[in-house]
Design a protein around this ligand. Structure first.
Ligand code: NAP
Length: 247
């Protein structure tokens, strides 16, 4: 029976690239979209691209910061595809600003979408995978969570927390044959980084050993490896994909 992968925030950017890459690897794909608009404008096209690669693919609407919506989504994926074999927690946002000026809701929103979502999804998908006695979980962190980044106290807190949660979940779920790892991208070309000023982009570029920004496919390849059989003995690890930005 074909395996099933659920990717959160898969309507565009890195999430969409992971969906396409896992489809290429033969997974049936559950494309998570935030809402109906997001599904109709972008998610359906991603699911269609996956189907063109010869696998089943459907969109599932859920705001991953909602505990209840995550529970319902995992249930719906199981009902649609019969199993859930790989979960990639990719959905994320930024709301940058210097710490001393940051509004409380600016902090809370980023923590809810980037961090609590990972708890929500690992809890419900993890319970299902424990019953299956197998599974792969990949959480998308960031170099900001490993090294910190001025102007991103909310974002770096959420991404550092994801690393701690990855290691805890790896310990809890390992005995049931489930691996849990994180990928920490550096600067990847996407809508998220497109908004940064050219001046800042040049500053970052100067620090990248390989001399170029990453592509969304670079992150997708790392996530796909961690979802594959080749990674069966790797768990609780952080795979940094940053072209040598930080070492
Ligand atoms: P992106 O282009 O902004 O895409 C983010 C995706 O997350 C979108 O599909 C978005 O949906 C979805 N999303 C946002 N809030 C959501 C919610 N509450 N529920 C469900 N989906 C939600 O960002 P990206 O660059 O692809 O980043 C993907 C992940 O990689 C994020 O976790 C990000 O923090 C991480 N990352 C990115 C970089 C980088 O350089 N790009 C570096 C390190 C880490 P909508 O289309 O509806 O907004």
């Amino acid at each position: 029976m074909a395996k099933t992968a659920l990717i959160t925030g898969a309507s565009r950017g890195i999430g969409a690239a992971i969906a396409r890459r896992l489809a290429k690897d033969g997974f049936q794909i559950a494309v998570n979209c935030l809402d109906e608009r997001n599904r109709d404008e972008q998610g359906l096209a991603v699911a269609e691209e996956c189907r063109a690669l010869g696998v089943q693919a459907e969109c599932f609407i859920a705001d991953v910061s909602s505990h209840e919506q995550c529970r319902q989504m995992v249930e719906a994926v199981k009902a649609q595809f019969g199993s859930l074999d790989a979960l990639v927690n990719n959905a994320g946002i930024t709301a940058d600003g210097l710490m001393v000026r940051m509004k409380e809701d600016q902090y809370d929103k980023v923590i809810a979408v980037n961090q609590k979502s990972v708890f929500n999804m690992m809890k419900f998908a993890g319970a299902l995978m424990m019953r299956q006695r197998s599974g792969r979980i990949v959480n998308i962190s960031s170099v900001a969570g490993v090294f910190g980044n001025a102007g991103q106290v909310n974002y770096s807190a959420s991404k550092a927390a994801i690393i701690g949660m990855t290691k805890t979940a790896a310990k809890e779920l390992g005995p049931r044959g489930i691996t849990v790892n994180a990928v920490a991208p550096g600067f990847i070309k996407s809508d998220m980084t497109d908004v940064l000023s050219d001046e800042l982009k040049q500053k970052i570029l100067a620090q990248i050993s390989l001399g170029t920004f990453g592509e969304i496919e670079d992150v997708a390849n790392a996530a796909a490896f961690l979802c594959s059989d080749q990674a069966r003995y790797i768990t609780g690890q952080v795979l940094v994909v940053n072209g040598g930005l930080m070492m």
